[in-house]
Structure formats: structure tokens, C-alpha cells
Design a protein around this ligand. Structure first.
Ligand SMILES: *Cc1c(COP(=O)(O)O)cnc(C)c1O
Length: 458
């Protein structure tokens, strides 16, 4: 089919279908990460053969404008020639040494230069590892056990972080996943996003007999992306900084998604708030498995071999992954603020016109965006935390997703994910996306009965 045909309905994907059936016999659910399975939107996942810039090509020869970007890493689009060349050159020299290289030093220097709060940084292979290790450092530094996370925030799949809210802000953690022991989740406390008063109550409630805080760390996505895009309320991050500092609590910004995305200096650069520890991944790895955690020198000085907090990795600082990350970040740093401004403007236009189209057809919608990350929620909103995000009509989203897919637009296959505009997306891509959305939304109105159009249907 031609790229992004707005009239298109049912698109044939027989090869994807056949591969998914084969996959299901050997991979749980046919995938290597759950949301790829399209369970939230119906239909079969699309199997891809190629990506170039903003465009993906599937095994059946269909093309799509991609707003997933491998879930965030591909700020420069698919197969950027300079990044690919850097990867090839590094691989030709050997794919792994398990010993230091110059490139990882240059990469660490660049990370510390670009991310305001980084004084020392340790490379790992996934965002999950980064958050796990950052929490270990925070517990080692404070000698305290408890940690606080935000309801609906995702920090990877480490046991202690697979916890959602219990009933009320101060409820002790209840594991979200089978296989996570109560012990692993017991020290995880959960509060709603953007509710500083709830955080203050929680901190006040968890003090020992001498009045000392029992909380080692507060970990946040400084712009939530994993409940869909939900920005911090004005002053919220500053409030967290002041509160945690007052109680000797380590403030961890999980910038795995927001790092190099919402600004070159990440959310901490954008909002001018300095966390104690930071987690990076996604864009930092330029599309290869690479992540990092770092921050204050006194805290990172506890990490082995300097100190008693153990953390290691066979492939940590892998030269091929470092080459991808280094060249991606160098290109972003060279482009400077103008690239980020351009992306933000393009994304803002996409979002405001999407909202306008929804309003035209009478579909309840809220569009949140920060920089080049955005989510179209099918609820009248506003969406400012997980509870309000969950008011979205997920059936309407699923229909919209499939209608867009059949018109050559590849969106994240879940209402509760952020979509991404990359440096490879042009105004023309945005125009074609809006054209497809107009058709898709009209189709939804025809499909939906009046009751189905009511907002706030869980
Ligand atoms: C993606 C993500 C992670 C997990 O990273 P993986 O590399 O998938 O383990 C952690 N935190 C945030 C905020 C993320 O977006």
C-alpha cells in the first residue's frame, strides 16, 4: 500500500499473522516484552523488517509513520546513517572486551556535561538495572529501607518497583505481579502524581521513634510517560526537592524516558530541579541496550569497587552500545536547543490539531505533551495523574489505534503510553498523520453509539 492512505480500511498483513502464530509457539505471548502483543488494542502485532527515519516497513511491505520510536530511544529516527556507521565501526573492532575502553570514558564525560546533576555515572544495560541500582545506592547511603514511588509510574521490572497504589497514599506496597514476594514489595510506598500534600503526609507518617525518616528515596519520572504523558504541575518537582532535602531523603529522577527527550539536559534541565541521583536509558543508548545511573559524587562513591554497594555487569559499557549512544548524544548536542524547539513546536501543532479534530467529531479528548512526547487521552480531562488517565475510554482508543494503523500510522498500542516525534519527522509527516486522524475519528463516530461516546467510561 502507499504510505499513509487516509481512506484505507482493513490492511492485509498475512506475513505478520503467520509470524505471530509461529512466535506464539516459542515465545510467551509471541513477544519479548508484553505491550508489543497488542492485547490492549486487539489484532495481531506488526512484524517489521526495516526502519528509515520516521518510516517503518513491515514484513508485508506496508509502510507506517512511526510514533513509537522503539518506545523512546530513536530521537534521531531509524537507522541514522552516522549512528549506523559508528556502530559498524565499533563492532568491527570487537563487540565486547569486559575491560575499559576510551569510548566509555568519553561517553561518561559527555553524560556528565549534558545532564546537570551528574557528577559520576555508571553504565548498565537496561533502564531496569539503572533504577534497581540507584535505589540500592540510596539505601546504602541513608541506611534506610523504605522507598516511595508514584501510582502508575513505571521504573522497569525490578521486584520492589512492581507495585501500584494500595488503598490510600500511606498504604504499604502490594505486589503488582505474581512472583514478587511481600517482602520485596513491603518497603515500597505509593502516592499519586502531582499531589505534594499526599507526599508530605506520607513522609510525615514514616518516621522512627527519634523522628528520623525511614524513607531512603523518592523515585519519580519527572514527566510521567508510562501512564501516558502527564507533566508535573507547576512547582511540584521543586516541592519534592525541598521536602526530600529537609528529611535527608534521596531524590531520584528516573529520566530513562525524559533524558535527552524533553530537553538536552532532560527534565532536570528543563525544570531546573537538581535530583541526587538520575537514571538514564532509551535515547542515551541510541537504540542499543545501554542505560546509566549516576549523580552526586558522595553517593556514587559508595558503588563498588570504591564502596560497599555492589553492582556489576558483563556487558556494561559495551563498546557497540556506547558507540551508538555517544554518536546519538553528540549529534543531539551539536543540534543544540534549536532542534528541541523545532520538535516541540511540531509536536505542539500535532497535538492541538488532533484535539481540534476530536472536538469537531464530538469525541471527548485531552492531549498532553512535553517537548516531543505526547499522549491523546480519550477523556474530557484534565489528565494530571494516573486516576484521571484511567478515566480514558480504552475501547475508543483501541478503535482509533486500529483505524490509524490501517491508515499507515503506527502509534503505541496502549492508551497509557507516550508517543514520540523524532528529528526525522517533518511537517509533511505531521500533515499526513492529521489527515489519517480526521478519517479515523470520523469512522469512530460512525461506529460509536451515543452511550459509547459518553466520557469517563473506565
Ligand atoms: C523504559 C523505562 C524504564 C525501563 O527501561 P528498560 O530498558 O525497559 O528496562 C524505566 N523507567 C522509565 C521511566 C522508562 O520509561
Amino acid at each position: 500500500m502507499s504510505l499513509c492512505d487516509p481512506k484505507r480500511r482493513e490492511v492485509a498483513r498475512p506475513r505478520s499473522r503467520a509470524l505471530f502464530l509461529r512466535a506464539a509457539a516459542v515465545l510467551p505471548g509471541g513477544v519479548n516484552s508484553p505491550v508489543r502483543a497488542f492485547r490492549a488494542v486487539g489484532g495481531d502485532p506488526v512484524f517489521f523488517v526495516r526502519g528509515r527515519g520516521a518510516i517503518l516497513e513491515d514484513v508485508d511491505g506496508n509502510e507506517y509513520i512511526d510514533y513509537v520510536g522503539s518506545w523512546g530511544p530513536l530521537m534521531l529516527g531509524h537507522a541514522h546513517p552516522e549512528v549506523v556507521a559508528a556502530i559498524a565501526a565499533a563492532a568491527a573492532n570487537g563487540t565486547s572486551f569486559g575491560a575499559p575502553t576510551e569510548a566509555e570514558v568519553a561517553f561518561a564525560e559527555l553524560l556528565c556535561r549534558l545532564v546537570p546533576s551528574l557528577e559520576r555515572v555508571r553504565l548498565v544495560s537496561s533502564g531496569t538495572e539503572a533504577t534497581m541500582a540507584a535505589l540500592r545506592v540510596a539505601r546504602g547511603f541513608t541506611g534506610r529501607s523504605k522507598i516511595v514511588k508514584i501510582d502508575g509510574a513505571y521504573h522497569g521490572h525490578a521486584d520492589a518497583l512492581l507495585v501500584r497504589a494500595g488503598s490510600g497514599a500511606a498504604t504499604l506496597g502490594i505486589p503488582d505481579s505474581a512472583g514478587v514476594t511481600e517482602g520485596a514489595a513491603r518497603d515500597t510506598l505509593v502516592v499519586p502524581w502531582n499531589d505534594l500534600a499526599a507526599m508530605e503526609r506520607l513522609v510525615a507518617a514514616h518516621r522512627d521513634a527519634t523522628g528520623r525518616s525511614e524513607i531512603a528515596a523518592v523515585i519519580v519520572e519527572p514527566v510521567c510517560g508510562n501512564m501516558g504523558c502527564v507533566p508535573p504541575a507547576p512547582g511540584y518537582l521543586q516541592g519534592l526537592r525541598a521536602l526530600t532535602a529537609a528529611h535527608g531523603i534521596v531524590l531520584i529522577f528516573d529520566e530513562v524516558m525524559t533524558g535527552f527527550r524533553v530537553a538536552l539536559g532532560g527534565a532536570q534541565g528543563r525544570y531546573g530541579v537538581r535530583p541526587d541521583l538520575t537514571c538514564l536509558g532509551k535515547i542515551a543508548g541510541g537504540g542499543l541496550p545501554l542505560a546509566a545511573y549516576g549523580g552526586r559524587a558522595d553517593m556514587m562513591g559508595l558503588v563498588a569497587p570504591l564502596g560497599p554497594v555492589y553492582q556489576a555487569g558483563t556487558l556494561s559499557g559495551n563498546p557497540v552500545a556506547v558507540a551508538a549512544g555517544l554518536h546519538t548524544l553528540r549529534l543531539l548536542a551539536q543540534s543544540g536547543p534549536s532542534l528541541y524547539e523545532e520538535l516541540e513546536q511540531r509536536t505542539a501543532r500535532l497535538c492541538s490539531e488532533l484535539l481540534g479534530l476530536c472536538q469537531e467529531v464530538g469525541v471527548p479528548a485531552t492531549v498532553n505533551h512535553v517537548g516531543s512526547m505526547f499522549t491523546l487521552f480519550f477523556t474530557k480531562g484534565p489528565v494530571n495523574d494516573y486516576a484521571t488517565a484511567k478515566n480514558s475510554d480504552v475501547n475508543l482508543f483501541a478503535q482509533f489505534f486500529r483505524a490509524m494503523l490501517d491508515r499507515g500510522i503506527y502509534l503505541p498500542p496502549s492508551q497509557f503510553e507516550a508517543a514520540f516525534v523524532s528529528a526525522a519527522h517533518t511537517d509533511e509527516h505531521v500533515d499526513r498523520t492529521l489527515e489519517a486522524a480526521r478519517e479515523a475519528l470520523r469512522g469512530l463516530r460512525e461506529l460509536a453509539s451515543p452511550t459509547e461516546m459518553a466520557p469517563h467510561r473506565g
